[in-house]
Design a protein around this ligand. Structure first.
Ligand SMILES: [Zn+2]
Length: 407
């Protein structure tokens, strides 16, 4: 069966590569550190009896053949790059759990109908170039040569970084997977939130990956003397903004799996004794159901217009980016629920607020398993999931793969 000690030892060994004095781990894509991490993970894949290759964009892929070579593969993936001073679990756990599943299948001498492939995707986080999900985009066939012109802090393009690590960027098209060669994609990942911890459960079934919709809001009114201007007749854009923000929060709370965040705000001219003349703030609105997100957006805009009319200020909304939410396949969710029951875990369903590689795949069904995160902390050296939870999650992944890879 799943050997939790082996999984844990590998997780700790991998976390030594790129370890910082802060206790965090920094592994950026196309660097020497990432190369060393990939070599180590490749050696685990070999121990697990897999055929190992690196594709045109640097995705590390371990394959275990099925009984029938003509059947499409079940892909199991995650990433081994990190944010600066990131944790030991984000990404790495999913890759190592996939390898543990393959190794267990070998040790049990279980032959599956479908091939399985464990993938360590290139640059999921986007910490170096601000793009992210480079490997999964390439597999989906959506990575473009223009995107390879994005630069890191030192002005090095993705293109150049790929060349420096021995890859030919002109060949990225070769990494694309034909949909007919893939049956499904599954990923195990830490939750990076507190839902499972609150529920007292080690793992859960992901319903979908929220798509962020970013807008910049500008409200202009009339600056004035804080002492000499009576409350009646003010055109205060900040007061309008606070009303609108309150409504944003109410709307997000009212709708399932929806979150709204104002992360930036600036007030002009910004004097302690000056009524603001202009306010600018951002909204990050996410939901896993696009129809719900659209409805919330419509409600917020309608109310915002009323508020601005009432307060005699002018509203302008700029669109920054709009990413579609990606639902997880209902049938794979059902397979994971069954796998949870077999593992003795009550299957609860929860959304993913954060993005993951599976978002890139529209051509085949995806599913995700979340593991409990201590205090919901992630992208931080304090990121933690217990050995026991990692073991249970991997057992759920094992049962899921067993079901998906059988005819
Ligand atoms: Zn991750």
């Amino acid at each position: 069966m799943i050997q939790v000690e082996r999984l844990w030892n590998r997780l700790m060994e991998l976390s030594q590569i790129g370890k910082q004095p802060s206790g965090g781990v920094t592994r950026f894509s196309f660097t020497k550190v990432e190369q060393r991490a990939k070599q180590l993970v490749a050696s685990y894949m070999e121990e697990a009896g897999m055929q190992v290759r690196e594709d045109a964009v640097g995705n590390l892929i371990g394959r275990r053949d099925g009984r029938r070579a003509d059947l499409p593969a079940v892909l199991i993936g995650s990433h081994i790059d990190t944010v600066p001073h990131g944790g030991k679990f984000d990404g790495a756990l999913g890759v190592l759990a996939g390898i543990e599943v393959a190794q267990t299948l070998n040790e049990q001498q279980i032959e599956l109908d479908h091939p399985i492939e464990v993938i360590a995707f290139t640059d999921e986080e986007g910490s170096r170039f601000g793009l992210g999900m480079i490997g999964s985009r390439a597999i989906a066939g959506t990575l473009t040569l223009e995107q390879l012109q994005q630069v890191d802090q030192d002005g090095i393009t993705i293109w150049e970084a790929m060349e420096q690590s021995g890859l030919d960027p002109q060949n990225i098209g070769e990494a694309k997977r034909e949909p007919s060669t893939v049956k499904a994609y599954v990923e195990l990942h830490i939750e990076q939130g507190r839902v499972l911890e609150k529920e007292g459960l080690p793992a859960g079934v992901v319903s979908g990956i929220a798509g962020p919709y970013w807008t910049k809001w500008n409200i202009s009114g009339e600056a004035g003397h804080a002492g000499a201007t009576p409350m009646d007749g003010r055109k205060d854009p900040l007061m309008a903004a606070t009303e609108i923000m309150q409504f944003m929060e109410e709307q997000a709370k009212k709708h399932p799996a929806t979150v709204a965040t104002v992360g930036q705000i600036s007030v002009k001219p910004g004097g302690v004794n000056v009524i603001p003349g202009e306010v600018e703030f951002t909204l990050d609105l996410r939901a896993i159901d696009e129809a719900i997100r659209d409805a919330v957006e419509t409600n917020i805009k309608a109310t915002a217009e009323q508020v601005c009319l009432k307060r005699d200020v002018v509203l302008n909304i700029e669109h920054l980016q709009r990413i579609k939410p990606v639902p997880c396949s209902n049938s794979i969710q059902e397979v994971i629920r069954e796998a949870c029951r077999k593992t003795g875990v009550e299957p609860i369903t929860l959304p993913s607020g954060a993005g993951h590689d599976g978002m890139q795949f529209n051509e085949w069904p995806i599913g995700m398993i979340f593991i409990r995160s201590k205090d919901g902390i992630s992208h931080n050296p304090a990121e933690w999931s217990s050995k026991e939870d990692c073991g249970k999650g991997t057992k759920i992944l094992y049962e899921t793969v067993l079901a998906l890879a059988s005819e």
